[in-house]
Write a protein that binds this ligand. Structure first.
Ligand code: NAD
Length: 281
């Protein structure tokens, strides 16, 4: 068993980004909007803010009350879209249910869509013209690349089909020549699919979903899940038992999480360059 060490790789990438940013005339700037009082969202936003500071990206945070109207949020995004000093806009998800998340994500200027979640950027992935890739899938691809793990010809089982992770991840794997099976809550006999896979990528948010008997020997496991069990963060995989059976595995924490954050920094820099070179995507 080998650990896919996202934490170390993210640190290495951050170091390189920091060096690159020092040479920029103007500091890149990321704007993060958090609506409501969700504790986990606050933690994620603070991690992102700290990571920006570490590499020299300025971050602006808008904390909006849970009761904010869609109209106010729309006005704020339009204002930031037009601010030439802001390079990236991130809406911390989930938004409160009464707000139309798709409408809000699609309002973000595609040249400032740092999470790659507006319909334009998602569609670009679908037609194989990858530009701004959503942070979690981007981080996973970078981690696999670091360990020389090729996707071409592999059977990949992706569990979960959210717009943020599962759907773009499945398309990106297809674009790289993998044979992809996407499983979800309604999948009958998940084990049939996982046992037939060279790589399992799970983003269900369900602890111990993947057990030893569901994993083929020498397979590769990417655990995207984040579950808080008795104040301890665990993934979707029964790590302690599964790790002996697989060739590579991501730990939780320390695997996909740090790679997601560093992908956000990379996307911010990418958008900064696009805007400063006046290239439209
Ligand atoms: P989501 O919560 O919107 O949806 C979960 C998906 O998993 C659905 O498609 C559902 O059908 C499927 N699912 C749920 N339970 C299942 C089960 N028992 N069997 C099979 N499929 C099941 O998805 P999301 O927003 O992508 O989040 C998924 C998990 O990934 C959460 O734990 C989240 O915290 C985590 N996450 C981690 C990162 C990271 O950087 N590590 C980033 C994003 C999300």
């Amino acid at each position: 068993m080998n650990i896919l060490d996202g934490k170390s790789l993210a640190k290495k990438i951050e170091k390189n980004l920091k060096k690159e940013i020092i040479s920029f005339k103007l500091k890149p700037c990321l704007c993060v909007i958090l609506v409501g009082d969700d504790d986990a969202s606050k933690i994620y936003v603070n991690i992102k803010k700290k990571s920006c500071e570490n590499v020299g990206i300025k971050s602006i945070l808008y904390y909006l009350n849970e009761n904010v109207t869609e109209e106010i949020l729309v006005r704020l995004i339009k204002k930031i879209n037009n601010d030439p000093l802001i390079n990236g806009i991130l809406i911390q998800l989930p938004l409160p249910k009464k707000i139309n998340t798709r409408k809000i994500l699609d309002l973000i200027d595609k040249n400032k869509d740092v999470d790659g979640l507006n319909s334009y950027n998602l569609m670009k992935i679908l037609i194989g013209q990858e530009n701004i890739i959503p942070c979690t899938p981007k981080g996973i691809l970078r981690l696999l690349e670091e360990y020389n793990i090729l996707l071409e010809g592999k059977n990949i089982c992706i569990i979960g089909f959210s717009d943020i992770v599962g759907k773009p991840l499945a398309t990106l794997c297809l674009n790289r020549g993998a044979t992809v099976t996407v499983c979800h809550k309604k999948t009958i006999n998940l084990k049939d699919h996982t046992l037939n896979s060279d790589i399992i990528m799970t983003a269900a948010g369900f602890p111990n979903l993947i057990t030893e008997d569901m994993v083929k020997r020498d397979s590769i496991i990417i655990d995207i899940g984040i579950n808080n069990i008795n104040k301890k963060i665990v993934g979707d995989v029964d790590f302690e038992k599964v790790k002996f059976k697989c060739k590579y595995i991501t730990p939780v924490p320390g695997g996909v999480g740090p790679m997601t954050v560093v992908a956000l920094l990379e996307n911010t820099i990418k958008l900064y360059k696009i805007q400063n070179e006046k290239i439209r995507i």
